[in-house]
Design a protein. Structure first.
Length: 80
């Protein structure tokens, strides 16, 4: 009778194998890069925004176009 073939010895010890199994289970999946949504030039979006009354009055004091002035100030603050 012939003996069954021997299983090859593992090259890693139990600790190394346990660490590898742990890493496999706890590794964070690679996330796809976030694609920045490009806005269409000149398209405005309606939003509701809470700002201090004195700030609103500052922009409204110069008359019509206060929303455009707020938009321009926000663009400048955002570095756009």
């Amino acid at each position: 009778m012939s003996q069954p073939p021997r299983r090859p010895r593992t090259l890693n010890d139990a600790r190394t194998e346990a660490e590898a199994a742990f890493k496999k289970v706890t590794a964070k999946p690679v996330e796809a890069p976030v694609v920045k949504k490009q806005g269409l030039p000149g398209v405005k979006e309606m939003v509701s925004l809470r700002i201090d009354q004195d700030v609103l009055e500052h922009f409204q004091n110069d008359g019509p176009g206060w929303q455009d002035r707020i938009n321009a100030a926000l663009r400048k603050a955002a570095g756009l």
